[in-house]
Design a protein around this ligand. Structure first.
Ligand code: NDP
Length: 289
């Protein structure tokens, strides 16, 4: 039997609409500013989409495009200016940054109340201790997608493959909050395929094209594939694949997210939700849950 394909595009559209309606109801126009340094083509596409969807939701979207040669000091100065601008509720500095700029320093300079990516150590710490915070967008998206299959994640054996600060760790924190039993696996994990094969819910965030094979998946498990990997299609072009070998995985999983069209669209939807939350805090209005 073939797995249910979890439609991230559809869920993302629903969330974007809900967020737009909520902002209208509250009478606020959330403002998101995206900063990009350099010409990385993938980052350019991400930033364009983020600003486009921000405006489509009726929010105020703006972008600062800085040349590759921008100094760290100038970028920090811009972040400070945005921190002090009351019309800017959310600040996102697109990663990766050029080598001469320390991304951790840039993230630490963003006002945590405007850190809509949720990467500031204050927000990471609040997430870890279960306090209300701005939660990283892709991990939020993973949980919402998993909940389309399991509205209650309590007691599920969840395996998170990957332990990065921006995906793996926050996904694990969120799953702990949802009362799942969580195992975090990484490049040093022994018997990786066996660990994964025990998962009722497997979240793959490793950045290795089609690493997760059919025999890594427990029959009927839910698989959330975060990976975005560009591979040659054999015809001189390239295509996107996830961290899971989708065609074989869908024959054994109960439900699975496709790449593209799974986790990817959820990231921007959750970014808009975070921007609305930050705007509500700034305006002293109750933030929607
Ligand atoms: P990182 O490279 O920061 O982290 C990768 C993690 O996977 C590390 O913890 C690493 O282990 C682990 N890992 C790498 N190779 C293996 C392996 N062979 N076996 C087991 N574990 C391994 O990546 P990110 O977390 O930033 O991103 C992961 C993927 O998600 C990428 O494909 C990225 O493009 C995608 N992504 C998608 C987003 C979306 O919007 N859909 C948003 C963000 C990321 P160790 O710690 O031991 O090195």
């Amino acid at each position: 039997m073939s797995a249910t394909i979890i439609d991230g595009k559809l869920l993302a559209e629903t969330i974007r609409q809900r967020v737009a309606d909520e902002a209208k109801r509250l009478g606020i126009t959330p403002g998101l500013t995206v900063v990009i340094v350099g010409e990385d083509p993938a980052s350019q596409v991400y930033v364009r989409n983020k600003v486009k969807q921000t405006e489509a939701a009726g929010f105020h979207g703006s972008e600062h495009r800085l040349p590759e040669s921008t100094s760290e000091a100038n970028l920090l100065k811009l972040v400070q200016t945005l921190n002090n601008d009351p019309s800017v509720h959310g600040i996102l500095v697109q990663l990766p940054l050029p080598d001469h700029i320390d991304p951790d320093l840039v993230i630490r300079t963003i006002d945590p109340a405007k850190d809509v990516d949720g990467f500031h150590p204050i927000n990471a710490g609040k997430l870890a201790v279960g306090q209300d915070s701005l939660v990283p967008c892709t991990p939020q998206g993973c949980i919402l997608l998993a909940k389309t299959v399991h509205p209650d994640l309590t007691g599920l054996n969840a395996v998170v493959l990957g332990r990065s600060n921006i995906v793996g760790k926050p996904v694990a924190q969120l799953l702990i909050q949802e009362s799942a039993t969580v195992t975090v696996a990484h490049s040093k994990t022994q018997d990786l395929s066996d660990v994964c094969a025990r998962a009722d819910l497997l979240v793959a965030a490793v950045g290795r094209a089609e690493l997760v094979k059919r025999h890594w998946i427990k029959p009927g498990a839910t698989v959330i594939d975060v990976g975005i990997n560009r591979v040659a299609d054999g015809l001189g072009k390239s295509r996107l694949v996830g961290d899971v070998a989708f065609n074989e995985a869908k024959e054994i999983a109960g439900a699975i997210t496709p790449v593209p069209g799974g986790v990817g669209p959820m990231t921007i939807a959750c970014l808009l939700a975070n921007t609305l939350k930050a705007a509500c805090w700034a305006e002293g209005k109750p933030a929607p849950t």
